[in-house]
Design a protein around this ligand. Structure first.
Ligand code: C2E
Ligand code: MG
Ligand code: MG
Length: 727
């Protein structure tokens, strides 16, 4: 039967039962519930008297053990060997106390009859009569094993918590509402490099702020207090990270976590929290942030200009396009490419080129609003992504300013440079649905700007796409033209003005494409230059021209030369002179039979190197002619510095002979001056008899043009020679 049932049964017996017996029975039940075993010490017999309640603690009973036991037997039978001494002392103490009354208490281990070790609390009490004789000695033993285990658990938990708190540098605190003070302990103060003895246990919030919080962080800390004060939440939790200044002056970072508990009226009833030193974490975070920033910077910045790099531009444009597709953004992209930077790099070196690129980047950035992203795609190509602007007049103004700014003088080491740029504009999302499309179309527009004379900008239109596509097809065709045998040379004779005798031929390249038919040099030569094909094509032309010259020589016409047009890009390539030598050797042609035609623009763009190269060629005995004279910007005095032997007056000048008086004067002067400088003069594109008369009158030396002969095939050229030779 359960204890409770027994008790209630006894209580119900009421008057029918013996009250005393009842109360004894209840007591004994209560004792057994509390695992309490009473005992009495029989002073006369010097033995303990134990009952069943007592023995039940020891896993036995009175039947087995008997009603009494000597202290020695008790010690020997039941007390844990390690605790015997202290129990013995207790018994001695109990039997020999001096005071009137004795109450003793001790805990010790026992070993039950079933071998289990238990912990008991032994309480003993004794009293004496007036003469000092002990008259009563009794007590109770209680099994407290479970409580002890629990207590041990709690203690070790507390120790663990405190150890962990210590390790985490976590310090608890409490706010006492009534006196408006914080209550801090030593572990709290340890974070601040001080202790309760120095600071006192209680501290007002204002004092704490003033004494410990870093002045720069006082505002955030106050803000956190105020938020906690203002909140009416029943359980409000908040935290703030801030710096503190320790008593030794060291600045550390802490995180302070607060909790405020309010009653139903919103009154704060309990505020407490923890402060934790997080300096190391903060330092790590800071280092990681710095590293991340550095990595970001490296990954997204162009080292030369400090502007965004290609990756960043791509990502930005991608993001913009995503927004644009959802109708959340519009804008434009400006693709900027420097004109002829290659010439600067090739002639002056890359360090000059780099300075020009960096300066260009700076000027672009200065001429565009903060909203835009400016970056360098690579080489001499830049890009601006400008969200929010789609009005053509506004874009025109921006592009104009940028192109103008780039074209302004740049000074490097006391030298003055002028460089120009071409730009293309595409708008998003109008000109494309993807970042690639927008990018490509701005690029197309930029090429269109380059093709229409450079130093300007163009808006993208669909026609450009077509042009670019066609150009691509044409380039592929051109690439295959040599091996397919689609290239050929025509030869146009140059004759003396006076007697019409052939002195040489200009070799003019023809491309008869399998796909596109006959294509004009004015169309495919610039393309070959742009796509880097001019070198192989130029080599081919030179070799074929030499073969023709060789045929002339083989026919005995040793003095008749073949004139070959040379692109500026050929002239600035380093191995050009070598190449000319080796082709001459290979074909067995004397240098005097070859003339190279250079345009003035080629010379202006890379003056010093080109001039030295021309001098080398001249020294070899090669003839040099300045082609298209009058279409460029060179002055006659500038001509003096050139090693050219022949000057070719451009057709556009010759065309004016019969119409414009002023131009005639200029032509006269050109011829006279060229002669003073020791140069022969060829008039190009002569079509009219009247032109020939004028040119003869003013002592032009040679003529070239339809009036004499169109460019013709090799065999026709030889026939023409035979008919018009000097012999
Ligand atoms: P260019 O060197 O000034 O060549 C003269 C051009 O004028 C040739 O045009 C020729 O056919 C044309 N021409 C000659 N006489 C007359 C005339 O009386 N009336 C008219 N209307 N035209 C005349 P073409 O062959 O179309 O060549 C154009 C340009 O292409 C050349 O101008 C030259 O700059 C370039 N070119 C031609 N062949 C080569 C080449 O092998 N290499 C390089 N780099 N450029 C070349
Ligand atoms: Mg020419
Ligand atoms: Mg010409």
């Amino acid at each position: 039967m359960a204890h409770e049932e027994k008790v209630s049964k006894i209580m119900k017996q009421g008057k029918a039962g013996d009250r005393l017996a009842n109360s004894q029975e209840i007591l004994s039940l209560a004792a057994s519930l509390a695992r309490l075993g009473p005992w009495n010490f029989n002073l006369e017999k010097h033995v303990f008297e134990f009952n069943n309640e007592f023995y039940s603690i020891y896993g036995t009973d009175i039947a087995k053990e008997g009603g009494f036991m000597t202290p020695e037997k008790y010690l020997h039978e039941f007390v844990h060997p390690e605790d015997i001494t202290k129990v013995k002392e207790m018994i001695q103490c109990m039997c020999s106390f001096r005071e009137q009354e004795f109450i003793g208490e001790m805990e010790h281990r026992i070993i039950r009859r079933d071998g289990a070790t238990r912990i008991i609390k032994a309480i003993s009490s004794a009293s004496k009569d007036e003469c000092g004789n002990i008259i009563k000695l009794y007590g109770a033993n209680q099994d407290i094993t479970e409580r002890k285990i629990l207590e041990d658990d709690i203690r070790s938990n507390e120790e663990l918590v405190s150890l962990a708190a210590d390790l985490a540098r976590l310090a608890p605190w409490e706010y006492i509402e009534g006196i408006r003070r914080y209550k801090f302990n030593d572990s709290f103060y340890a974070i601040y490099g001080t202790d309760v003895a120095t600071e006192g246990e209680l501290m007002a919030p204002e004092v704490y702020l003033k004494e410990f919080v870093h002045p720069d962080d006082a505002a955030v800390v106050k803000d956190c207090y105020e938020k906690a004060n203002a909140s009416r939440q029943p359980d409000y939790v908040n935290q703030v990270e801030h710096r503190i200044i320790r008593r030794d002056g060291e600045v550390r970072w802490i995180v302070s976590r607060h909790r405020t508990i309010r009653d139903e009226h919103g009154r704060a009833i309990h505020r407490f929290g923890t402060n934790q030193d997080i300096t190391e974490r903060k330092l790590t975070e800071e280092a990681v942030r710095k590293k991340t920033d550095e990595i970001y910077h490296l990954a997204y910045t162009d080292a030369l200009t400090g502007l965004a790099n290609r990756t960043r531009l791509n990502e930005c444009l991608q993001e913009e396009l995503e927004l644009a597709i959802c109708g959340m953004s519009v804008g434009f992209v400006l693709f900027i490419d420097l004109d002829d930077l290659k010439t600067v790099n090739d002639t002056l070196g890359h360090s000059y080129g780099d300075i020009l690129i960096a300066e260009t980047g700076k000027r672009i950035a200065e001429n565009i609003g903060n909203n835009a992203i400016v970056g360098r795609i690579g080489g001499d190509e830049f890009m601006v992504i400008a969200p929010g602007i789609t009005e053509k007049t506004a874009i025109d103004r921006i592009a104009k300013n940028i192109i103008w700014a780039i074209s302004q003088e740049v000074r490097i080491n006391d030298n003055s440079f002028h460089i120009s740029a071409s730009a293309g504009v595409s708008m998003y999302p109008a000109d494309g649905q993807t970042a690639e499309e927008i990018f490509k179309n701005a690029d197309n527009a930029m090429y269109a700007a380059k093709n229409s004379g450079k130093n300007g900008w163009r808006f993208y239109d669909a026609e450009m796409h077509k042009t670019v596509y066609e150009e691509m097809l044409l380039t592929n065709g051109l690439r295959l033209s040599i091996e397919r045998g689609e290239l050929s040379l025509n030869f146009q004779p140059q004759v003396t003005v006076t007697r019409g005798e052939v002195i040489g031929f200009e070799a003019l390249l023809r491309w008869n494409s399998y796909e596109y038919g006959s294509i004009l040099p004015s169309k495919f030569i610039p393309l070959a230059e742009k796509k880097g094909l001019i070198h192989i094509i130029g080599d081919w032309v030179l070799r074929e021209a030499c073969k023709f010259a060789r045929k002339l020589a083989d026919n005995g016409w040793f003095t008749t030369f073949v004139s070959v047009n040379i692109s500026p890009l050929q002239l600035i390539s380093e191995d050009f002179v070598c190449k000319v030598c080796s082709i001459l050797n290979e074909t067995g042609v004397k240098p005097s039979q070859i003339e190279l035609e250079i345009t003035e623009n080629a010379l202006i763009e890379s003056h010093s190197q080109s001039v030295s190269r021309l001098n080398e060629l001249k020294a070899m005995g090669i003839r040099l002619a300045l082609d298209d004279f009058g279409t460029g910007y060179s002055s006659l005095t500038y001509l003096q510095s050139l090693p050219t032997t022949t000057l070719k007056i451009d057709k556009t000048f010759v065309d004016t002979i019969l119409v414009e008086g002023k131009q005639r004067e200029i032509i006269k002067t050109i011829i006279a001056l060229a002669h003073t400088m020791g140069m022969a003069v060829v008039a190009e594109g002569v079509e009219e008899k009247g032109q020939i008369e004028f040119l003869e009158k003013y002592h032009c030396d040679f003529l070239q043009g339809y009036a004499i002969c169109c460019p013709v095939s090799e065999s026709e050229a030889i026939r023409f020679y035979q008919e018009n030779s000097r012999a």
